[in-house]
Design a protein around this ligand. Structure first.
Ligand code: PA5
Length: 445
């Protein structure tokens, strides 16, 4: 089970302050459970893990098997919550050099529809031009420009390269049950489709087909992922004293109220980079509203100790750090001995590389605390599907609780519309005539 250590927060906020929040956390938990909180029509994630049945997982695995059998590459088209969870889990579980070591047993998983980079899309479609590829098109609304653009290109290319009949087999839609362009297209073309439940928002959707299908196509164990989340669902429903998600939420809230406005999620494993990206979306989009919210940032350590380390150690003291620590490495590698010892590192010879990494972690944590940075540590036993499932639900529950404490609706994202409105006005979208005129006037054109 995840271990949460908040003892290195003590010099900044006391254990009494954090524990004193227990009654408010209990109220927040109750509001989530009873559906009396703002955004209560989006609480489907709360009991999602324990509602997943073996039959449902079997259906996901069957579709994944078709894509695995028929495709050398599968492109996951989606943005925000419609791709980050899958990307995070796949990257965390994959060989770091999967591009180079792909033995043909697993299709290469690629991501698109999360940017509007012309070069990116050109290079992707060029790469795919001699590949047997499939597409998982993920969009709850079905109207997201980035994803719709990628899907238009990929659908056409897939049909041209593989023929209409095979395209039908290797294009899968994950979208709303009834609404949106992706639903209409899937129904019209006869694609296999999965539903994103109405009551689960994008950033809470990794344990729906949105995350489960790409992860299964990549060859990872979705049974264990779900099992980890199920176990954490039970733990995170417990009273404060036994509930790490509740304690993490309370600690963040106490730190925020003490002037720590930025949380830096740090990891010591390069494979966790996208877990941090997923985490940033979960917390950023959920709590950054009404002029409130902790700004979620991230660093990959020890890499970024040689770039951001200076700022963390001595910059403005408005930050706190949360470290995800993986207790056991999957492989064993010893620090080599060297006859000449020019770098003076022979004192490390024979030690596990992971032992050196752990001392870097501990040393950094102590240095940061000494430098005025409160430190939270979240430890998982190993980097596997089961523990990632735990971590995902742990963060989701903590996020839900923290938003209640802050007094914001965790489940909407009204601010995301502002850029879209301007972009559509600038591009002259039909129906935006007044906005187009106003923005042109503002820009003096
Ligand atoms: O968390 C969210 O709701 C958002 O990040 C969405 O996932 C994102 O905007 C993509 O939306 P859609 O799935 O409708 O294309």
């Amino acid at each position: 089970m995840i271990k949460l250590d908040v003892t290195k927060v003590a010099p900044f906020v006391s254990a009494e302050t954090i524990n004193g929040l227990a009654p408010r956390v209990a109220e927040a938990q109750k509001a989530l459970e009873e559906g009396t909180c703002p955004g209560n029509d989006f609480l489907g994630w709360l009991h999602l893990p324990t509602s997943i049945t073996p039959e449902f997982l079997a259906e996901i695995k069957a579709v994944a098997a078709t894509l695995r059998n028929e495709c050398e590459a599968v492109v996951v088209a989606g943005i925000g919550g419609s791709y980050l969870g899958a990307k995070a889990v796949i990257e965390a579980l994959s060989n770091s050099f999967q591009w180079l070591v792909n033995d043909g047993k697993n299709p290469t998983i690629l991501f698109a529809g999360n940017n509007i980079g012309e070069d990116y899309l050109y290079e992707l479609t060029t790469y795919l031009s001699d590949k047997k590829f499939g597409v998982i098109n993920i969009s709850k609304s079905g109207t997201t420009t980035e994803t719709a653009l990628a899907f238009r290109l990929l659908k056409k290319q897939c049909e041209e390269q593989r023929g209409k009949e095979m395209a039908k087999k290797v294009i899968v839609a994950i979208t709303d049950a009834k609404r949106g362009a992706a639903r209409t297209c899937a129904d019209k073309e006869g694609y296999k489709s999965f539903i994103i439940p109405d009551n689960v928002g994008g950033r809470f959707s990794v344990l729906t087909p949105v995350g489960l299908l790409p992860i299964a196509v990549a060859g990872f164990d979705i049974d264990q992922l779900v099992k980890g989340a199920q176990d954490m669902e039970k733990t995170a429903a417990a009273p404060f004293a036994e509930n790490p998600a509740a304690q993490y939420a309370a600690t963040r809230y106490a730190l925020y109220n003490s002037g720590k406005k930025i949380e830096i999620l740090a990891n010591y494993q390069p494979k966790l980079h996208f877990i941090a990206e997923w985490w940033k979306q979960l917390f950023g989009e959920s709590e950054g509203k009404d002029g409130k919210g902790i700004y979620p940032a991230s660093v990959d350590l020890t890499t970024d100790l040689h770039s951001m380390g200076q700022w963390i150690q001595e910059g403005e003291r408005t930050i706190f750090e949360t470290v995800i620590s993986v207790e056991n490495a999957e492989h064993k590698l010893l620090f080599p001995s060297d006859e000449e010892n020019l770098d003076g590192l022979n004192f490390l010879a024979g030690k596990r590389v992971d032992q050196v990494n752990k001392m870097a972690e501990l040393g950094t944590q102590l240095a940061h605390v000494d430098g005025g940075v409160p430190n939270i540590r979240i430890a998982i036993d190993r980097l596997d599907a089961y523990h990632l499932g735990q971590l995902i639900y742990f963060f989701e529950k903590a996020c839900g609780i923290h938003c209640q404490l802050l007094g914001v609706n965790a489940f909407n994202q009204p601010g995301v519309e502002a850029y879209k409105k301007n972009m559509f006005a600038l591009l002259g979208k039909p129906g935006y005539e007044a906005e187009t005129a106003a923005i042109q006037k503002r820009l003096g054109c």
